[in-house]
Every structure is written in structure tokens, then in C-alpha cells.
Design a protein around this ligand. Sequence first.
Ligand code: ATP
Length: 443
Amino acid sequence: MAPITMKHLTKVYGDGFHAVKDVDLDIADGEFVILVGPSGCGKSTLLRMIVGLEDITDGELLIDGEQVNEKAPRDRNLAMVFQNYALYPHLTVYENIAFPLRLAKVDDKELDQRVRKASDVLELDEHLERKPANLSGGQRQRVAMGRAIVRDAKAFLFDEPLSNLDAKLRGQMRTEISRLQKRLGITTVYVTHDQVEALTLGDRVAVLRKGALQQVAAPRELYEQPVNLFVAGFIGSPPMNFLPAKVSGGVAETPFGEARLTPEMAERVGDRDMVILGARPEHFEDASVVDDALKDKGMTFPATVDVIEWLGNEQYAYVPFEAADAVEKQLEELDRELDGEAMRTQLVVSLDGASRIAEGEEAQLWLDMRRVHFFDPESGDNLTLREVDDTTGQGSSPRESQERAEHGTEGRHSAERPDPADARASDGSRAASDPRDSSENAT
Ligand code: ATP
């Protein structure tokens, strides 16, 4: 186990392509860090630089305090698990786990001790004599990790290990990896383009865009306090809604009418001809089910609901809106960059299960203005970013932090509805198993 430190890490490929740009990242001993971003953002390149499969053009990489820029992969003692891990089908689980020790010519007694210790931790004791074909996907994943454990690797590096699996199995494996990582306490770097994996697995998530780090934060902070439009649009599913707005005197003119900003937001945003208002689907509600006492904390507006998707525990309503050409182009551009499929000129609104709004109906919706963000359309910066309280991981304005300190309250983020990131975590653990498919390989 070891901390991993990246100092100004840079990668320029032979053809001059700048794939990783000046990345500074400290990963603590035992920490689980996710590298996430859309296709081509450089996350696999960065992982391969850590493991030694890709040269470092510039900057410094330290593992356990030691500079390893020039060290060969095998001398870095890291265990890499790829997308298609390949267990040896003709070998038993025992021999698959023992494989790296046999290569290293470890004597039989010590080899047996190390394999049995790993199998105990991974709960594979009763499967040691079986062949990989007769294991479930989750068990194969554990054998893969067993190989890494017997080597006493300093860290696990995962490159999209679940991307070939179906949704059910992915959910199960996600939970399995998370549980094992916690139990083993081994430093782990995990690459994915799937923001659900990013939010549910890691202690911290590092979001990359075109080779540059955008934000490194705990999942909840990333979700609630994205530093810019890119992170806001990438993290969350369905994604954050972006509405063009003009702000003057603390009032935003939006395609759905006028909304009053909170005093803190008004102070930060000032008067601007063009800003982007960001609102997550769950920050909207059917106005008819919103408590009267809450109503004046948000904007109530009429909207024609185009489509309703009913998912049992919640429902999503889709509401198209018109935006000026320039704004529409900008939102489309952002969406392309995010690999998104969203149509940015429609609102996606999450409604309470009790709501009876029907398709094609003009409904009264409500937007909680306390939870929205305002972004600068040019720089993408979040103008209303709040300080994050270390104890709760929740954002707050300086005034709210002070209130919390004075009154010992949780502040106003003790929301009326559960946090979607939490909901996803529980989805993952509910997922059932599917005993198929393959996989593993460690360096
Ligand atoms: P994905 O999720 O699609 O695998 P990624 O974020 O892991 O994407 P990388 O594989 O790290 O992306 O690639 C980052 C960028 O570097 C891409 O634009 C890719 O085309 C480019 N790239 C990768 N390998 C090379 C190479 N050998 N020479 C030149 N450019 C490369």
C-alpha cells in the first residue's frame, strides 16, 4: 500500500498530441480515487503513465514517496486490472491466484500461505479447486483481485473493468469492488467514463476534460458544487438542466418566466445580460405537491409537459423550451463535448410519485431557487459556488456556514428529498447477479 503523487504530469504523444496536461493529484495511502471524463479526455493515458506503460513527457510521479518516472512497470509493483481480464481457463482458482508467485519462484510453503490468506480475505476458500468457467462474474473478479493481493502490490489500478458487462452484473460488481477495496484498504485508482460508477465507488473523483483536471472532490461535493459547466453537465443522470437567463436586480429572466435569486446568489452574480442557470431535475417539482411555506423560495411557472416517464419510485417529465440560436449552439457544443445525448433545449424534471401531471397537459411546476447554480457562459465558471463544509461534505455560502457554526444546524441542504447519489448507491447494492462472462489480467 502506498500514496501516489502526481506533480505537473504531462503527456505529449509522438505525433504532438497533448493528451495529459499538467495534472497535479495527491492520492492518499488506502484512498479510492476515480478518474472520470468523456471518451478521449486522457484518463487511460494517465493511468498507463502511473503503471509505467506510457512514458511521462514532463512532471513527476511518486509512489510511496519515491520518484518512479524511469522505473519499469514490474519495478513499480502495481497491480493493473483491465477491461478484459483473462483468467487462465485451464488453471484452477488456486493456480490462477498463485500464478504471479510461481513466476517469481516463491517457494511452495510461502506460496500456499499467501494464496490461502488471499482466498480467505476474498471468500474464495470453497472455490479454490474450481475452474474459472464455473464461477460467477463476481467470483472471477475476486480471483483477479486475488492475483494482485498475493503480490503485495502497492496499489490497484483499474481501467474500465466493468464496461463490457450488462447493467445488472455491473451493479453487482460495483458493490463487490467497493466492499473489497474497503476491506483491503489498498490505494486504488479506477478509470471510468461512467459517472454513476464514479459517484458510487470513489472516496474522491477526479474529472478530466481534454487532458486537464477540472475538479477533484468527494462525490457529493462534485454533485452539489460543480466548479464549472463541464463538471455540472457531466456528473448526474439525467443531467443538470441548463437555462439561458438574464439577471438584473436579483431577478433572473428565464424562458419560463422570472425567478428571484437568493440574496447570496444575487450578490455573486450581479447584473448580467447572459448567464446559464443550472438546475438538477430533482430541484423541480409539481407545484401542486409543494408545501405553501416553501413556495416562495422558488419559482412557480406554467409548462407544457411533452412526455412523462414513469419509473415506479419516481417520474420524469420532459418540457421543451425555446432558446436563442446562439445559446442553443453553445449548449449543443457542450453536449457534444460531454458525449451527451440530451437535447439541451428541453427540461428534464423529476416529479414526486404522488404527482398526477399527465402528458400534453399544461402544469404548474416549481423550481427550488435555493439549489440552482449560475454559470458564466464564456468561461463556464460556476458563479455561485459555495464553500464546502468538511464535516457534511455539503456546500454552503459563507453566511450559511456562519449560521451552522452559530446554531449547530445542518443548514438548508437537509433537503426534503433524498440525495440522488445515495439513491444510486442503493441501486447498485440491490442489483442481482448474472453468472456469465469473463475476465482479468494483472501486470
Ligand atoms: P476512452 O474512454 O475512449 O478510452 P480516454 O479518456 O481513456 O478515452 P485516452 O485513451 O487516454 O482517452 O486518449 C486520450 C487522447 O490521446 C485521445 O484523444 C487519443 O486519441 C489520444 N491518443 C491515445 N494514444 C495515442 C497515441 N499513441 N498517439 C497519439 N495520440 C494518442
